[in-house]
Ligand binder design. Sequence first.
Ligand code: JBQ
Length: 228
Amino acid sequence: MRIDAITIFPDYFAPLQLSLLGKAQDGGLLSINVHDLRSQTSDTHHTVDDAPYGGGAGMVMLADVWGRAIDSVIEDGADLIILTPAGRRFNQELAQELSGARQLIFACGRYEGIDDRVRIHYSQDEYIARNIRVREVSIGDYVLGGGEVASMVMIEAITRLIPGVLGNPLSLAEESHNEEGYLEYPNFTRPQEWRGLEVPPILLSGNHGAIAAWRTSQAKERKESNGN
Ligand code: JBQ
């Protein structure tokens, strides 16, 4: 998979070179390319935004600058992901779907977002014919300063689903149950007693059927107590 992130803050993406993702890139399974949007500007002030038509607060990022940046990286079959609070909510199902992509382009908006003609332009027939798809995505209903951190959340969730990127394929299979409605249960490890708290005795029973049933009921309780 090829990932291209376009941003006015390329340094935000430095952590992607660490750990498993760094290794996956060394191994050629994945390439992550971060691009400075300002490199596509032609004026002396490297302008990337302007006031909104119709008035209102904030600034809107320029379609022309974004168009040049996207044109410089886009390949046939790409998914162009525009991060915006108005987008489709990112979840494990969407992560699964995007993990099969050839190229993911993350357009990280700042300010009040990107001129909507960027979305409209790359949704046109000529791009559909090239199997290019535009998706507006949000990671959740809270206020962020821009799409950079949202992109990194998505990149972590998506890339760990690519075969060979995750160290341990067994934990992938186990977690796939979660998507089918299984829930996370509480976990315990040594010591058997810590600050007066004992590990639930059923986990020491060796009765795997009873343990599985206990975990299911605990997971449900935990989820409900967290208001989910
Ligand atoms: C969203 F995707 C973006 C981009 C910019 C701000 C945002 N705020 C909240 N959630 O994920 C988002």
